[in-house]
Structure formats: C-alpha cells, structure tokens
Ligand binder design. Structure first.
Ligand SMILES: [Zn+2]
Ligand SMILES: [Zn+2]
Length: 119
C-alpha cells in the first residue's frame, strides 16, 4: 500500500523516494524514471500520513488504562482548586477515568466507614 505510506514527495507513479529510485541499478520491467508528484498527490499523501498518525495516536491512547489522575491545583495558591486530570490522556473530562474513580469510591467508602468497628 504505497498510497498510505508514501512520502509526500515520492515518485508520482510508484511512491518510491527519489534517492531510492536512483539506486535501482537494474531497471525491472515497467521501469520508469523518478517523476515529481502532482500538487494534488502531495496534498493527498500529506493528509493520508496525518490521518494515519492520528489514528495511531488514538489507538495508543486507547490501549492505556486511564485509571489514575492528578490534581492540577497548586498548594501555593489554595484558592485554585485545580482540575482532576487523567494521567493517560490529560483530559479533565476523561470518561474512562471517571468510571474507574467511581468504582474505586464505591470500594473505598464502605471500607473507611467500617474500619472503626474493627477495633
Ligand atoms: Zn517510480
Ligand atoms: Zn483518559
């Protein structure tokens, strides 16, 4: 699939970079000289590459746990209570983090409540 991985300025016909094209000493059947891609091709390739990069990043983010967060507020300014930010995606509105925290709260609360009765 040369269309999705081709560098923006790779050959118009086969998607191989100019330098690599020149290094092919024995031209195979269907050989052609490197030719500059059209503006439209360059634009399309750039967009495809960007889309692939974004998809990869989204997939990587999806693979994380989104189970821990931290408060952005600084102890130096008590009036700034900050936001609880997901450690994996950096968002204060991470739905997966919220779900994990709700679950942890359900486990923690009865425990802290019951503890005095253990002694
Ligand atoms: Zn070519
Ligand atoms: Zn998250």
């Amino acid at each position: 699939m040369t269309t999705t991985t081709a560098a923006p300025y790779a050959c118009r016909w086969c998607g191989i970079g100019e330098r690599e094209h020149m290094q092919r000493s024995k031209p195979p059947v269907g050989w052609h000289p490197w030719q500059a891609p059209t503006q439209e091709q360059i634009k399309t390739r750039m967009l495809l590459r960007r889309a692939a990069r974004l998809a990869e990043r989204a997939a990587r983010r999806q693979a994380l746990f989104h189970a821990t967060g931290f408060w952005t507020g600084s102890s130096l300014s008590p009036e700034d209570e900050g936001e609880f930010i997901c450690r994996d995606c950096g968002s204060p509105a991470c739905a997966r983090l919220a779900r994990v925290q709700r679950h942890l709260d359900r486990i923690r609360w009865p425990q802290s409540w019951r503890e005095p009765f253990l002694f």
